[in-house]
Structures are given as C-alpha cells and as structure tokens.
Design a protein around this ligand. Sequence first.
Ligand SMILES: [Fe+2]
Length: 226
Amino acid sequence: MCGVTGAVIGSVGMKRTLIQELRTDGVVVLDDFSPFANEARHSALASGFGAWRPNKGDVGSSVYDGMSFYGNHALLLAPLMRALGEPMVPNTMFFRSTNQDTEGAYVHSDREAGEFTAVVYLSHHDDCYGTGFYRNRRTGAERMHSFADMACDQQEFDRLKAEMVRGSPDDWEQTRFVDGAFNRAVIFDAPLFHARVPRHGFGGDAESGRMVWACHFVMLEGIFNG
Ligand SMILES: [Fe+2]
C-alpha cells in the first residue's frame, strides 16, 4: 500500500454526490467499480495491444505503446454512467498496458480530451502503482490552461512542455497520490496535472503489465451549455 490521498467516496451506489465531489475536490476514488472488471480485462487481452503513433504533436513524442481500442468498453462505461448519475458523453476510450520498457510517463493534463477523466486499474501488482497529481513548482499551477491560451506565450508554453516531458520532482510537487488496486476507479477533473506511477510499468507483456482503462468524457449538459 502506498496510501490513498484522493477523496474516497466508497461504492458506486453514492451517485448523487459524485459530480459535486468532482467539481469541488477534483478527484474521486471508487472501489469495486465494475462487476465486470475481470471480463473487461480479458476482453482487452483478447483484442491485443499495439503501438499507436498519432499525430498529436503538442507535447512529447506522440508514441504510445501498449494501446488497445477494441476491448469491451461497455463493461466499464456502464458502471461509469451509473456512478455519475447524470448523462455523460465519452470522448475517447482505450485500454493501456505499460511495461518496464515503455517510454517514461509525462506529467500531463487531459484537458484537451474532455471535461473529466476516468481511469480504472485492471491489473494486480505487489509493488506500488497508481496515479500521481502534481503542482508546478515554478508557477504554482495544478491545472493546465488550454493549448490555445498557452500558445499566446510560446516561450512559456515551450518551457512548460519541457517540464511536462521531463516529469522531474525538481519541477513538480506531488499534491496527492491514488494507490492503484484492481477494479479501483479514479475520476478527476481533466485539466489537473497528473502522471501514471511508476513512470515505467511492470512486466514485459500485456498479461504482466500495468493495465488501465481510460475514458475521457464530458457531461451532456456541458456540451450544449458550453
Ligand atoms: Fe492522462
């Protein structure tokens, strides 16, 4: 155990307070998230994992090893919708397995991918793993501004990008850490700076690696009301 410092709400039954907790605290942790977690994990393993080289270009190398897009997302999406208790719209969803030789994790924000992010841990490990949240030591920021806003000051944007890719404790103070555990979900405000822990995963293949399901989503209300 490494300790959970996010707001632990408990089971998925307390759906009425989850959005309020997300909007006030920024991070919510749910245990026993999906009754179908084993099936979801096996669906990802059955679909296979590969390298994805998108043309993202904004931060880092844009090479993602261990990606799977074809697993059974419904097994995790349905509990997420039920837990939120309000209509939501998934923007992107994927399974990811990270191994010892995976490129080191960046400190990053999911702001450009949605309003909130849900990460469900789908592997068992004896060693410490999870998700860290960070404050930039130089600016004090815990949330990233949009790329469009940051592009107004290219010098500062470039400096922040370098800090994000480096992910050094010299640049980033960890503000909280959510301990990974099988079938635990961490749902958080997408602009928050965060990174997977450890920077490199476990094992040498998808079966032994650190596996998560990630979903970037927006609340239906937000799409139409800005
Ligand atoms: Fe992320």
